[in-house]
Design a protein around this ligand. Sequence first.
Ligand SMILES: Cc1cc2nc3c(=O)[nH]c(=O)nc-3n(C[C@H](O)[C@H](O)[C@H](O)COP(=O)(O)OP(=O)(O)OC[C@H]3O[C@@H](n4cnc5c(N)ncnc54)[C@H](O)[C@@H]3O)c2cc1C
Length: 446
Amino acid sequence: MSNLNKKEIIILGGGISGLATAWYLHKAGISFKLIEKEEETGGVISSQKAKETVFDFGPNSLRDHDGFIRELAEEAGLKDDIIQISEAFKTRFIVRNRELQRLTPSVKTLATTEVLSVKAKVRMLAEPFIPKGETEDESVGAFLERRIGKEAVEYLVDPVFSGIYAGDIFKMSKYEILPKLAETENKFGSLVMGMFRSKREKSEIKPMILTFKKGIQQLTNAVTEKLSAHILNEEVINLKKIRSGFEVKTDAGTHQASTVITCLPAYTLCSIMSEFNPELSQTLGKIDYAPMLSTQVIFNKKDIEFPESGFGFLVPRKENIRLLGAIWKSSIFPELTSEGKLHYTLMAGGAHDRSILSSPVEKIEEAIVQEFSELMGISANPTVIKSKLWTKAIPQFQVGYGRIRNEITKSEQENQGLYVGGNYRWGVSVPDCVKGAKELVNDVLL
Ligand SMILES: Cc1cc2nc3c(=O)[nH]c(=O)nc-3n(C[C@H](O)[C@H](O)[C@H](O)COP(=O)(O)OP(=O)(O)OC[C@H]3O[C@@H](n4cnc5c(N)ncnc54)[C@H](O)[C@@H]3O)c2cc1C
């Protein structure tokens, strides 16, 4: 049994949210312990190397808008291990009628692309003349269908959000997922008019999409190595309030601290605090998580005639294809694939396809590899297929999520010293989690 100083801070969970929080406390010279149940830290960040090819079963690339990822990586000693995405990332494809249609982000491409019919393009152009909607929350699907039309939502919006959030756009909250667009409509009555009239925020930092030489987990491993003296390998079973702060019960003993920062998934926090805070526990239990299957496939380059380079493709649900999309890993990060090979990451599951949880993984692999090969015109078999099933991959920010946020904030106010972090609080991307951790530590230090 270990007893910590009452003034000590305890962080629960060693995914990127918990590790980044730990790092910023460490930088500020504050004492803490981090409790992680798995032997390996990183949570859903999971990289493996096999024969000079790096597999990322969780996040594949990090979109570092504000520079916090680069800063954290440099501080963790990874300055020379950062790999910037190749120019190929600018070309993306959307599947329509079982064919890949090119889509680069330009007005010209939007005008000429076969992803949308002429009628859909005309409907999109009518956006400035569509009356403003109500200000209360609604789904991303309903909001954008109203503004840009049904077909554009089916073929542009749906695949993008299925890809990023594994979500159902007719359940996801516009205020959570597209806060700036929702505000633009409220303020200017139209998204197009708003784009012309609102001032662009200028940033000194140049955004970068990146990974690391050994994959994304190199970042969490490097931070873990620097903080190893503060990390306990235990499973948290219960969290309760005591007179002097909090008591954390684990499978190895109990720990006390005046401040507890939880970066556990919502469903875990829900179960460990059901006695101490049944209201918040109930609220957290309402947060839905979508499952995802990440399948890595490797082909011999010589077996494939596919000439294109690009980020990959996304599949609208309308196409009735199980595959959600594919990232062309060897195209965007050629450094991470062995010579003579092509590497792709296939995604399946999400809020639309929870049946991946009840089918054998090999069956789904077989189905999606076949769909992928058909779409790419590949007749050769992959030389490697490797999958990881995330049963609760990504939290879903559904319509009315604002009420969940309010409950969490209320609970923090009623329980001085309790801080709730993690992707369901800060946003799902890794950069969102790092930014959230930085801001939380600033709050703790106030
Ligand atoms: C397949 C997939 C692809 C993704 N792609 C991208 C991408 O390309 N780019 C991007 O930016 N983001 C991506 N994301 C999202 C991003 O990776 C996650 O949102 C983020 O890593 C979550 O970090 P977290 O620390 O909040 O949670 P988690 O990673 O879930 O960490 C929670 C930690 O808590 C620990 N824990 C749980 N229960 C206990 C307990 N009882 N006691 C102690 N410890 C416990 C877990 O073991 C885990 O380490 C992807 C996610 C997935 C699943």
